[in-house]
Structures are given as structure tokens and as C-alpha cells.
Design a protein around this ligand. Structure first.
Ligand code: ADP
Ligand code: MG
Length: 782
């Protein structure tokens, strides 16, 4: 699945001229078969430094974007095709190369102020997440990482320890090479981002960390390389193949060179890079562009090691040459274009990065086995299970019998090409030889299974009978208790002689429930509850059906009287409070974020002012600027508060998850208590009536129930974390949905609204049904 060899695509982008800048002379021609950029060397410059006859240079590019090109156009023509490749499973790299101030950061990340100035990274994130959302045919996972390389040291801009420590004190990102010569970066964190907001939040944090680390003395932004990487893995449901791809978005260090004055001649080519690693990058590119070079010096610098795959390897690579075309920067622009021409010669071959997931392979093989079995069944006309059916066994027995009786020497036993049948015949023959007495008329297999069947049937009916007896007994006792409660309540009511006081005595009763007293015993509620919890295994196990009606009714009453219902209600309230709080914090995060962005803008303004000052007054360069320092301190402060609020937000998330789990637990405990209570009640009746059959079910309820409850809680916790708990708190503050508590809690109705004692209440009807069922069973048995 290779894309075929392709050269690195090289584009040029010309930065708009500054207000006081003097325009250099250049011409853009995007019409030719290959677009070209022609730069004319200013005469004064040519006379002074360059001793040659040529005064204009022509460079070929994939396309040239002149000063007025906007960010959306840049994204559409440069980044989008690469993003599409990455979505298809290929690796991609886009790097910006050019002198400091030529617009690398503006192109890759974007301007800080206007939304329309968003650069390639945010637009790519937006595009990728949009595409992923649209494609439901695959399951996608996305991560991002953000690496800064400064002075040959790697720093993780997304390391969460940034808040506590200075960049220099964090563990350095180092390069590891495995036996297959693949590069791995140690100490570089991969942060999962499930949506655009999360990814943007990470980009924002990384950029802030990068800015904070920079001081006027270490101009990190011009001397460091930054690599923002989007990692995507995808898989079709049911397929064992995982595709992984990476998109590196690279903001290189400034490409400016130190001019060696006084030597004369070809000064532009001899000038040395300020940044040594760019020198190594150039060496790698020269080596790659040369034919028949076997050794490429990737290992000379960290940056070339990291980008090894993107240069001359398995990657779709694109370079953007950023150019500042004012007169003073023409020489640097020519250097940039020369570099670009060499890069354009490099051929890369992107291949799909696929690997096999062994677990899924097993699933696939199992399916294949089933398919083959089905096919076999189709051909033989018989469904093949691992065991022969009763019918088939009988048939075989008859065949064997006929075969043995047949005195014809030529007679054969024809049972077809079925290993199971052949095996059975041999076993059977062996039996006849070893026990000639037992092999009378009836064959062993029949005897055993028939006897077993009837025994099983009796046992099953006995168990069922036992259960029904227990249920009836428990329900009758409950009815008695309810009757007593109702009588108590009635007498209390008479004592106070006011209808409204009933409501006061029962704070948990809702109006609706007080109006329809029979509701508390309706079957519908019991079903609602039991659908949100695992089924009671107590009775369902023996009968293989849903919890019996009687059991459900008893559970309803038990639930109503249970003290934990109050806890559930309290937690529900608390949960709502926490949701509100989380929403508020989300809004707050947005505010602080805006503040930081504003301060960042101010710092940049200040830097521009000072840079302008330095030009007019060179001696003042690199002095300490208290205003900027102050602004930086403010950003530092805001960042702290952002961290603090975000920390609280995260804390809340944990709390909410915790609360949800807690409620789940209470719910399960209630059910477990009911189980215990029910089985104890059942035992009581058994002791009272020792002639009854003992059911094995009551004793073994416990372990199975516990297993099923664990299963549930695991499910529910993954449910809650799948919600928007990890979504960007700042942006999504209006839609914080943590996944609502699943527990259906009804406010427990007052005990005074108990079931009617006579007449045809549901409970009474159920008891009658049970008694009838019991009679049926007895009849069947008899
Ligand atoms: P670099 O990262 O190459 O050092 P920057 O991206 O920081 O350069 O650009 C320097 C300045 O020029 C910034 O203030 C930036 O906003 C501005 N700039 C660069 N390119 C453009 C552009 N195409 N349109 C408008 N402003 C730009
Ligand atoms: Mg920059």
C-alpha cells in the first residue's frame, strides 16, 4: 500500500511588508507549468557584497503565496491534502522554514489576536476531528504531543509538571532507537484528545509553557524548533488491522545566518547558520538530494533524528518557505529559496502503517471456523455440533444392531464420513464386546439419558414448588405487617384528626403519590427499577425467567422501607450541585484564558516596539525590560489561577464520578440486603415446616450476585468517563453533561399510604396466582 515515490512538496509564502519597510524587488508567476519566484538582488547590495554578474534568481515552487494570501487559503492548499493523507493512514509532515520574523509561527500556529488568523495547527485539528466525526465506519483514537528542541535538548511542552517546575528542571526528552532503527522519544507525553476542544486546550497550554520559558536573554522562539504532533489510530469494527499515522507540524528555528564580512565573494552561500541543528538539517538534505549516497547523517542532531522519517522516508512531507521580501532581508530570502530547491529534490515514499491486533485476530479466526462449520452443514445438509443428537444416536444404535444381526459376510456398516459417528460406533462395539450381557434390547445411551431427564424434571419442579411456597409465606407475613402499619397510621390519623398532617409526617411523599396510594405497589415501578439494576438472581436462576411477581412486589416494599433511599436522594441533590459548580468553573476558565491571550498580545506588542527601538539605537539591545517582565509576571499569575481553577474542575470531575459510583453502590447494597433478607425469610419458613423440600438456590445466591454487581459497576464507571468529563472545560461550559445518574430513585412514599388490605389489590391477585400455580405443579407431579 505505498503511495509511490513522491518528492517533497515545497511552497513559498511571502509575508506582508511592514509599514516602514522598503520593498524588495520580486515577481511571482503562478501560471507557468511550474510556478516560479524571481528575486532581483538590489543593486547596492549586489555591488557591495556579491561579486557576480547575475542579479536575478529564479526559484521553482509548487505554488507561491504572495503577501495577501490568507490563512484559510494556506490551509486549504497546503495543509488539507496532508491531513487527508494522514486520515488515510499515512504519515505526514509540514514544516516551516525561514528567517526569524518571516512568518513561520504565524503560518503554523497563527496570530494571537484574530480568529481568522488561526494557523495550520488549529485548522488542521478542526478539520481532522470533523472528518473523524463524520466517519462512523471506523473507531478512531487521537493523541497529541508537543516537543520543543532548544540547544539540542528536548522539552515536553505538555508535561503537567510545568506548573511546578521550570523548563530546565523537567526531565529531558531523549531519543531512543530500537533494533529496527525506529525512533522513540522518551519523556515526551502523548496526551489523549477526544475532540477539537481538548486538543486546542493542549495546544494552548503548550504555547503558554513555551512562552513562559522564554526570556529576553534566551530568545527561545527564534532558536528553538517546535514540533506539534497529531497521532491518529483507526480500526474498522471487527477488523484486526490497526492503522496508525502521525502528522508533525513543525515550526523550525530561524534560518538566519551570520555573515562573514570581509571575505568577499560568494558570501551568501558561505554564511553560517546561527542555529547549529539547522546546519545539520541542511547536511541531511544535501545528502538526500545527492544520488547514490548511502549514509545520511541523521544522528548529528536531535531535530534531524526526530524528522528522519519525514525526510527521505515513509512520509508525505511538505515544506513552507516563509519569506520576508523587504530590501534588507532579500539575502536571507534567497538563502531560504536555495534551501527549498534542494529539499524539492528529495523523494519520499509514504506507506500505510498497519499492524495486526492479535486479540482481534482470534475473533476473526473464530468467525472463520464458524463460517466453515456453516458451510460444512450446508454441504452435508446437517448442522454439526460437537455432540451427536439423541436422534442420531438412536439411528446409529439401530444401524449397529442391524449390522450385527446381518449374517451376510458382505454386509457393511455405512454411517457416512462423520468422525463423530465413526468414533461412537467403535465405542459402542467395544461396549458390546466387553459387556455382552448388558447389551440387551435397549442401548445404554438411551437408558441413562431418559432416567436423567425425568430426574431432572422432578428436581426442577421441586425447586419451583419450594420457591413458590417461600414467596407465598413471605408475602403473607408482609401483608400482615402492612396491615398492622396501616392500622397504626389510621389510629394516629384519628388522633390528629387532620388530613393534611399526613403530608407533614411523611416528607418524602410527593403529591402525586399521595393521591394514588396503590401506585407504590404497581408492578410497573418494580420493573423500572429492576431494569436499571442487574436482575435478581435469586429466583430467576432456577426458573430461567425474570424475577417472579411476588419477589418484585416484596422488593418494592423493601425498597420503600429501606433507609438508604434517603442517602440516594441526598446524593442526587449533591450531584446536581456539583454539575452546576462544574459549569460555573468552565465559564471561569474561559475568562482566564482570554486574559492570558490578551497579555500575550501585549507582550508581543512590547517586543515589537523594543525591536524597533533596537534598530534605531543598537546599543540598547538585550537590556532588561521591566515592563515586559511585569507582563510576564502577570501571565505567570493568570496561568497559576488557570491551573488552580482547572485543578478544581478536575477535582470536581473526580467527585462527580465518585458520587455516581456511590449511588450505584447504594443501589446495589439495597438489592443485596433484599437478597439476604429474602433468603433469611425463606429459611425461616423452611425451619417452621421441616417436611418441605430444601431448595439449593437459597444457599448459593450470594456469590453469583456479587459477581454480577461487580460487572455492573465496571460498566457504569466506563459509562461515566465516556461522557464529556474530559472535554475542554473552558469552551464547552454551556454543555457540560457528565452523563446523568442512571439510578431511578423514587421518593419513598409514606407508610400510611400502604396497600389496601382487602379487595383485589395487585398483591392479593398475585398471591392467588401463586397458589394456583402451586396447585398446577402438584397436579403435574401427581
Ligand atoms: P517567525 O515565527 O518566522 O519568527 P512570526 O510568525 O512570529 O515569524 O511573524 C512575525 C510577525 O509578522 C508577527 O507579528 C506576525 O503576526 C506577523 N506576520 C507574519 N506573517 C504574516 C502574514 N502572512 N500576515 C500578517 N501578519 C504576519
Ligand atoms: Mg516564530
Amino acid at each position: 500500500a505505498a503511495m509511490g515515490k513522491e518528492t517533497i512538496r515545497v511552497f513559498a509564502r511571502v509575508k506582508p511588508l511592514g509599514r516602514r519597510q522598503q520593498a524588495g524587488s520580486y515577481a511571482v508567476d503562478n501560471e507557468e507549468p511550474l510556478p516560479s519566484l524571481e528575486i532581483t538582488v538590489p543593486h547596492d547590495l549586489a555591488d557591495g557584497f556579491i561579486n557576480n554578474k547575475r542579479e536575478s534568481y529564479k526559484f521553482k515552487f509548487q505554488k507561491i503565496f504572495d503577501q495577501e494570501a490568507k490563512q484559510d487559503v494556506i490551509f486549504d492548499s497546503i495543509a488539507k491534502p496532508v491531513a487527508e493523507c494522514v486520515l488515510a493512514g499515512y504519515n505526514g509532515t509540514i514544516f516551516a522554514y525561514g528567517q526569524t520574523g518571516s512568518g513561520k509561527t504565524f503560518t503554523i500556529t497563527g496570530g494571537a489576536e484574530r480568529y481568522s488568523d488561526r494557523g495550520i495547527i488549529p485548522r488542521t485539528l478542526s478539520y481532522i476531528f470533523n472528518q473523524l466525526q463524520k466517519d462512523s465506519s471506523k473507531v478512531y483514537t487521537t493523541h497529541v504531543s508537543y516537543l520543543e528542541i532548544y540547544n539540542e535538548c528536548g522539552y515536553d511542552l505538555l508535561d503537567p509538571r510545568h506548573e511546578a517546575s521550570r523548563m530546565e528542571d523537567l526531565p529531558k526528552v531523549t531519543i531512543m532507537e530500537d533494533s529496527d532503527q525506529n525512533i522513540h522519544l522518551k519523556n515526551l507525553s502523548l496526551q489523549q484528545a477526544t475532540n477539537e476542544e481538548e486538543a486546542l486546550n493542549l495546544l494552548f497550554l503548550g504555547d503558554t509553557n513555551r512562552m513562559i520559558a522564554e526570556t529576553p536573554m534566551n530568545q527561545a522562539s527564534s532558536r528553538s524548533h517546535c514540533i506539534f504532533t497529531i497521532h491518529i489510530s483507526s480500526k474498522e469494527p471487527g477488523s484486526a488491522t490497526i492503522r496508525r499515522s502521525k502528522l508533525h507540524l513543525v515550526d523550525l528555528a530561524g534560518s538566519e545566518r551570520v555573515a562573514k564580512t570581509g571575505i568577499g565573494g560568494h558570501l551568501l552561500t558561505e554564511a553560517k547558520y546561527i542555529n547549529l541543528s539547522l546546519h545539520y538539517l541542511e547536511q541531511v538534505i544535501i545528502a538526500l538530494a545527492e544520488k547514490n549516497r548511502s549514509h545520511i547523517p541523521y544522528r548529528n542532531s536531535m531535530m534531524t533524528s526526530v524528522l528522519r522519517d519525514s525526510l527521505g522516508g515513509n512520509c508525505m512531507t511538505t515544506m513552507i518557505s516563509t519569506l520576508a521580501m523587504d530590501k534588507r532581508n532579500i539575502d536571507e530570502s534567497i538563502s531560504t529559496c536555495r534551501f527549498a530547491q534542494r529539499v524539492a529534490l528529495i523523494k519520499n515514499e509514504a506507506v500505510l502503517n498497519e499492524e495486526i491486533d492479535p486479540r482481534l485476530m482470534i475473533v476473526q479466526l473464530k468467525k472463520e471456523i464458524q463460517d466453515l462449520k456453516d458451510e460444512l452443514a450446508l454441504v452435508t445438509g446437517k448442522q454439526r455440533t460437537s455432540e451427536l443428537s439423541q436422534e442420531e444416536l438412536l439411528q446409529l444404535d439401530e444401524l449397529i444392531e442391524a449390522f450385527l444381526k446381518d449374517n451376510d459376510a458382505d454386509s457393511s456398516l455405512d454411517i457416512g464420513a462423520d468422525m463423530r459417528k465413526i468414533k461412537y460406533c467403535f465405542v459402542h462395539m467395544k461396549q458390546i464386546i466387553n459387556h455382552p450381557m448388558a447389551s440387551g434390547k435397549k442401548l445404554l445411551s438411551q437408558d441413562i439419558s431418559e432416567e436423567k431427564n425425568s430426574n431432572e424434571e422432578v428436581e426442577k419442579l421441586k425447586g419451583l414448588l419450594q420457591q413458590r411456597d417461600n414467596e407465598i409465606n413471605i408475602l403473607v407475613t408482609m401483608l400482615k405487617k402492612e396491615k398492622k402499619k396501616a392500622q397504626d397510621a389510621l389510629s394516629q390519623l384519628n388522633a390528629t384528626s387532620a388530613g393534611s398532617t399526613v403530608l407533614e409526617q411523611s416528607p418524602y411523599m410527593s403529591l402525586e403519590e399521595s393521591q394514588s396510594p396503590s401506585r407504590c405497589f404497581s408492578l410497573k415501578d418494580a420493573k423500572d427499577f429492576s431494569s436499571s439494576v442487574p436482575r435478581l438472581p435469586l429466583l430467576s436462576r432456577a426458573t430461567g425467567e425474570k424475577m417472579s411477581l411476588g419477589c418484585q412486589e416484596a422488593f418494592e416494599v423493601f425498597k420503600r422501607d429501606h433507609a438508604d433511599s434517603i442517602t440516594i436522594e441526598d446524593n442526587k441533590q449533591l450531584l446536581k450541585q456539583r454539575f452546576d459548580e462544574a459549569k460555573y468553573l468552565g465559564e471561569k476558565l474561559n475568562e482566564v484564558r482570554n486574559k492570558i491571550n490578551h497579555l500575550k498580545g501585549k507582550i508581543i506588542q512590547r517586543q515589537i516596539q523594543r525591536a524597533a527601538l533596537a534598530v534605531s539605537n543598537p546599543s540598547e539591545e538585550l537590556t532588561f525590560d521591566p515592563v515586559e517582565e511585569n507582563l510576564r509576571m502577570q501571565v505567570e499569575e493568570e496561568k497559576k489561577s488557570y491551573k488552580a481553577v482547572y485543578g478544581r474542575f478536575k477535582g470536581l470531575k473526580v467527585e462527580i464520578e465518585h458520587l455516581q459510583l456511590l449511588m450505584e453502590k447504594v443501589k446495589l447494597k439495597l438489592q443485596k440486603d433484599f437478597e439476604v433478607w429474602w433468603s433469611e425469610e425463606a429459611k425461616k419458613f423452611q425451619q417452621e415446616k421441616p417436611e418441605m423440600v430444601t431448595s439449593p438456590n437459597t444457599a448459593t445466591v450470594y456469590p453469583q450476585f456479587i459477581r454480577s454487581s461487580q460487572h455492573l459497576s465496571r460498566n457504569s464507571s466506563s459509562d461515566t468517563s465516556r461522557g464529556s468529563l474530559y472535554e475542554d472545560p473552558a469552551v464547552k461550559n454551556n454543555s457540560i453533561t457528565f452523563g446523568n445518574p442512571t439510578l431511578e430513585t423514587r421518593t419513598p412514599p409514606s407508610s400510611s399510604t400502604s396497600i389496601p388490605l382487602t379487595g383485589d389489590s395487585q398483591a392479593d391477585a398475585d398471591i392467588l396466582a401463586f397458589i394456583k400455580a402451586r396447585q398446577n405443579i402438584l397436579q403435574k407431579k401427581g
